[in-house]
Design a protein around this ligand. Structure first.
Ligand code: BGC
Length: 493
């Protein structure tokens, strides 16, 4: 009897060990896909330090520089929509591999560019790669990780983006002394190759395999990821059930479901306002803005690196807090800090505060703005956009909100220098402060608290017709009864 207990305890131990081993494998695969975030960060971050030297060498005026910066966003906006059929046909893994290949071609073109046209062509190709990567990598991570790890993993992906940006800024700072812009851009071929090799070693997403009728392979991959046949079979059955519900497409749902129309618009709003908050104006153009304020060019590049560091640090804090405090408190705090710091920075510029006091105030306020952005405005839109969409419309809604993110990014980085000339330096930062204040109001009135809610619960509330604000945990003061009453009206609509 005792021996029987011993052996069953031993078996349970072996089983547990297998599950742990499989869990680590899943982390490893998610980490490999997460390298797409690194590429996203590296390729978008590298331009801030290189732009000035590129402009000198290739003879680019302010308007042309805007095109050089923003052509990547244009490519990314197109790439995020193009990624839907590619990811459907070749799998998320396939889309990531295409992204790797495009990263390589774009990097080569940019680093040997001898004309503005060639540079812009290279940046558009890099953009398409970023669009592919930013659509497919989070989707892949979401599809291979366990449900309870999903939120953390998506935020970790944001951390990797900021890490990539920081690394690019750091390498820019080192190479700035000789003005070696070709090296700044060309060195990215190394992480690109690592990304391609890593992606070649990840399995296909089991969900995609099922959708292509490759059930046996899906079952094999699930077993690899979960370490137990029973868990793999259970998940396989759930995927098949969900896929049956996915008959039709997101467009049909847009026509028939008022609830989906709301979450669809909220996703687009969150991503557009993430960009209107002005983060990339600072990250891409910080050296330009700082030199305009009489910082030396080396000091400007190093200060930009400091901003990148603050961005990464605060994103790490956000990961620790997002499941404890929740999404709403982080977003409300974040938008408040961003609004106040930009108002004050505009004031420093308006009053033309110069000298040491002006420099200290500038750096302190810009770092505060970045810290504010990174604890909420950065990670929350990416996380929430995957949480609030119903399964049937998820692909379409995420592609459209990702498109909104990149197209707004394109718009704002394309017109920034011209806008600064038109509105004055203080005018543009006050305008950004207003956008952040609107973002605060959106968070206050429309953003649900999804902390601790399963995706199925959120979808159920959506189907019952709950208000956007009540899709997660009901707002304090709104009772379950209230929720059901709301549900009655909207649900029938
Ligand atoms: C945004 C990027 C931004 C980055 C900065 C991301 O969430 O989508 O546009 O450059 O955060 O950390």
């Amino acid at each position: 009897m005792a021996r029987g207990e011993d052996s069953s305890a031993q078996q349970a131990g072996i089983k547990q060990e297998k599950i742990e081993h499989a869990r680590h494998k899943a982390y490893l695969f998610a980490g490999a896909a997460g390298l797409a975030g690194l590429m996203f960060g590296l390729d978008t971050g590298v331009i801030s330090g290189a732009l000035k030297f590129i402009a000198q060498d290739l003879g680019a005026d302010d308007r042309t520089q805007e095109w050089i910066v923003s052509s990547l966003m244009m490519g990314a906006a197109g790439g995020s929509l193009l990624a839907i059929p590619v990811a459907r046909h070749s799998g998320r893994r396939g889309a990531m591999l295409y992204a790797g290949l495009l990263f390589l071609i774009g990097t080569a073109l940019c680093s040997v560019a001898h004309s503005v046209g060639m540079m812009i062509a290279g940046r558009v190709i890099l953009g398409v790669a970023v669009g592919f990567a930013s659509f497919s990598a989070p989707l892949y991570i979401a599809e291979i990780t366990e449900k309870r790890q999903r939120g953390k993993m998506i935020s970790l992906y944001q951390l990797v983006i900021t890490g990539g940006m920081l690394l690019a800024m750091f390498s820019d700072s080192l190479l700035a002394y000789g003005g070696h812009w070709r090296w700044m851009l060309g060195i990215l071929a190394v992480p690109t190759l690592i990304f391609i090799l890593a992606t070649m070693n990840v399995p296909y997403s089991p969900r995609w395999l099922v959708s292509r009728g490759r059930r046996k392979e899906a079952s094999h991959v699930l077993q690899l990821l979960r370490g137990s046949q029973a868990a793999a079979q259970e998940e396989l059955a759930r995927i098949e059930k969900n896929l049956q519900r996915e008959d039709g497409n997101g467009f049909t749902l847009l026509k028939t479901s008022p609830g989906f129309r709301k979450t669809f618009l909220l996703g687009i709003g969150l991503q557009a306002f993430q960009q209107l908050a002005g983060i990339n104006i600072l990250l891409y153009y910080a050296p330009h803005v700082l030199e305009h304020l009489h910082f030396s060019s080396e000091a400007a590049v190093w200060c930009t690196t400091l901003l990148g560091f603050a961005n990464m640090l605060a994103t790490g804090v956000a990961i620790l807090l997002i499941d404890r405090w929740g999404r709403r408190p982080l977003l409300l705090l974040s938008t408040s800090i961003a609004t106040v710091s930009l108002c004050l920075f505009g004031l420093v510029l308006f009053l033309k505060i110069g000298g040491v006091a002006g420099s200290i105030a500038t750096i302190a306020l810009l770092v505060t703005f970045i810290l504010g952005f990174a604890i909420g405005e950065g990670p929350v839109p990416w996380t929430m956009c995957t949480e609030i969409q119903p399964l049937k419309g998820r692909g379409l809604a995420i592609a459209c909100s990702t498109f909104a993110n990149w197209s707004t990014n394109w718009l704002i980085s394309n017109i920034f220098l011209s806008l600064m000339a038109a509105l004055g330096d203080y005018g543009i930062f006050w305008m950004l402060a207003v956008f952040n204040a609107i973002f605060f109001l959106i968070a206050l009135f429309f953003v649900p608290e999804t902390k601790g809610c399963s995706l199925e619960e959120i979808e159920e509330r959506l189907n019952e017709g709950a208000r956007l604000r009540d899709l997660g945990q009901p707002a304090s003061g709104s009772s379950g009864r209230h929720l059901t009453q709301d549900a009655g009206g909207a649900g029938r609509a």
